[in-house]
Design a protein around this ligand. Structure first.
Ligand code: HEM
Ligand SMILES: *[C@@H]1O[C@H](CO)[C@@H](O)[C@H](O)[C@H]1NC(C)=O
Ligand SMILES: *[C@@H]1O[C@H](CO)[C@@H](O)[C@H](O)[C@H]1NC(C)=O
Ligand SMILES: *[C@@H]1O[C@H](CO)[C@@H](O)[C@H](O)[C@H]1NC(C)=O
Ligand SMILES: CC(=O)N[C@H]1CO[C@H](CO)[C@@H](O)[C@@H]1O
Length: 497
């Protein structure tokens, strides 16, 4: 009986795989689009599941394999998926025809409370929440957050000095500690006595661990929304008790204290005091519950830690390999301290040009997020190649590949901050730099992340110089579905004399 069941199931699966592969191939042949045949059912996701590489690197292989195609299709079960190569088409999807591609291609299940955040939201709800969170990232707000970040950076340097054994080995982890402390303090107004012992840090380090179950759940989320819904998969359930609890506690405490700190908690209270969020045009309404606000905070927190630490790490790795750049940056930083009586401000940090160039170039070479996704919500036609795209089609657009294409960045593998000199900027058109995405769904935390990363880098480089150690196997990227994080390499902090 059991054996027969297994046999029947195997036959059904094989029949589905055969039929689905044919179906996907035919679907795209009719539209005149080249189809990635290596796995006709799961496309690059098959490569991702079976190889020790980031998903981005598999997309990169397709990019190189089809140099003359405006777009390449691949199988993702029943969802048609299109990987767009041509820059005009990319611009069409991300900006020109945003209305047809306003969806990220992910949707959260209802009971997964912390996934109910801007990244996963779509349509009018996305618009309502994005609009209500935008005031957190104005220059005035960032200015008031700067001093809290600076304090975290100083504490971090002190911590490294007191614990010499930490100056080498798993530096990424230690950078994520700084990021966690900075965002907890700056955005949530949570400052504990020792920033290195905070429960938030423990949670973020746990959340950063890649386990099989997480990879599996997230792969289903990006492969097929219907299947994701059917299996009722949750992504962040395990963090609910701690995180929602922490946000509730912060909000209630702030309410009772009745002091203004102009941070996330204050903004939440002000949103809640105004009541239901409404879109007058469509009549869509959304209640700003503690849970909804906690979900936004949760994603801000994850984003403030993982990709921000990746950007800092990539910058340090490149600086350690390029002594002249490092020296120039040391000079810029030392001068800034000397000209400002050892007391930096938001304006001084934002005005440091060479730091900005070095970071931009590091994020060009190693963008912490390697590609973007969208889903088509209105039938349309991509201008280059005249490709018909139907509602429901999942779209992937390259970041890493554009950043490494010699057509756009001559000698793309070399680290050259000078590419980002103002006078050279004209050659880098807007679509060609996408470390923070593009269009209406561009990273809401871009300026925040840059400020936090720069503040950390400034204090680290004021007190230390850098040595980059690459292992025998050579630099590579960690296996990850979204992130591009450097592996097989570490950075050592050497005290400056
Ligand atoms: C260096 C660090 C960071 C990098 C490289 C980064 C990169 C990105 C990218 C590539 C996207 C997708 C944009 C698109 O689809 O066009 C994104 C979206 C987003 N990021 Fe970031 N991010 C960083 C830090 C942050 C921080 C610190 C926050 C919050 C405090 C944040 C909040 C968000 C949100 C809410 C979205 C979704 C926006 C939407 O769908 O409307 N990110 N980020
Ligand atoms: C790091 O450098 C800053 C700026 O010169 C200095 O004020 C600070 O004392 C140094 N930190 C430590 C822990 O030595
Ligand atoms: C999904 O699972 C949750 C428990 O994790 C449950 O509360 C909810 O009712 C389920 N939803 C559906 C539609 O089955
Ligand atoms: C994956 O999804 C299942 C089904 O909702 C859930 O029970 C499980 O906890 C999830 N795993 C992780 C690591 O989130
Ligand atoms: C606070 C923190 O994350 N510290 C870590 C720094 O890296 C070392 C490994 O070299 C860890 O042992 C520390 O826990």
């Amino acid at each position: 009986m059991f054996l027969e069941l297994i046999l029947a199931l195997t036959i059904i699966i094989l029949a589905f795989v055969y039929w689905n592969g044919k179906y996907n191939e035919r679907y795209w042949r009719k539209r005149g689009v080249k189809f990635y045949k290596k796995n006709k059912v799961l496309g690059v996701f098959w490569d991702f599941l079976t190889k020790d590489k980031s998903l981005s690197e598999h997309l990169h292989n397709i990019y190189k394999q089809y140099p003359n195609e405006p777009a390449i299709a691949f199988g993702t079960l029943l969802t048609p998926s299109l990987y767009i190569r041509d820059v005009t088409n990319i611009q069409y999807v991300l900006t020109t025809n945003f209305n047809a591609f306003s969806h990220r291609g992910l949707e959260a299940n209802e009971n997964d409370l912390l996934a109910n955040n801007i990244l996963f939201m779509n349509g009018k709800k996305w618009q309502l929440v994005r609009k209500s969170m935008t005031p957190l990232f104005t220059s005035t707000k960032l200015k008031s957050m700067y001093y809290i970040m600076e304090k975290s950076a100083q504490d971090f340097v002190g911590y490294l000095k007191e614990n010499p054994n930490l100056k080498k080995g798993n530096t990424f982890n230690n950078l994520s500690t700084f990021c966690s402390a900075a965002i907890c303090g700056a955005v949530f107004g949570v400052t504990t006595e020792s920033i290195f012992n905070s429960p938030f840090l423990k949670m973020s380090q746990n959340a950063l661990k890649q386990t099989f179950a997480r990879t599996f759940n997230f792969t289903i989320a990006s492969l097929s929304i219907p299947l994701f819904k059917l299996l009722n998969i949750s992504l962040f359930k395990e963090f609910e008790p701690f995180f929602i609890g922490a946000i509730k506690q912060t909000l209630r405490q702030r309410e009772s204290e009745n002091v203004k700190k102009h941070d996330f908690a204050d903004m939440c209270l002000s949103i809640q005091s105004k009541g239901t969020l409404k879109d007058s045009e469509s009549g869509v309404e959304l209640e700003p519950t503690d849970e909804l606000l906690a979900a936004q905070a949760f994603f801000f927190f994850l984003a403030g830690v993982e990709p921000t630490a990746s950007a800092m790490f990539a910058t340090l790795v490149e600086l350690g390999r390029h002594p002249e750049t490092l020296q120039r940056l040391h000079n810029e930083i030392d001068e800034a301290f000397e000209m400002n009586d050892n007391k930096l401000s938001f304006d001084v940090v934002v005005g440091m040009k060479y730091l900005d160039m070095a970071m931009s170039e590091s994020m060009r070479l190693h963008p912490p997020v390697g590609f973007l996704t969208r889903m088509c919500v209105e039938d349309t036609v991509l201008p280059v190649g005249n490709i018909k795209v139907s509602k429901g089609t999942k779209i992937f657009t390259p970041i890493f590949e554009i950043h490494h294409d010699p057509k756009y960045y001559p000698d793309p593998e070399s680290f050259k901050p000078e590419r980002f000199l103002r006078e050279n900027q004209n050659s880098i058109s807007d679509v060609l730099y996408q470390a923070f995405g593009k269009g209406n769904r561009i990273c809401i935390g871009q300026r925040y992340a840059q400020l936090q990363a720069k503040t950390g880098l400034i204090y680290l480089l004021r007190n230390f110089t850098i040595k980059t150690h690459i292992t025998k196997e050579g630099i590579k990227y960690k296996k990850d579905q979204i992130a591009l994080r450097l592996a097989n390499v570490d950075v050592e902090f050497v005290p400056r004399t």
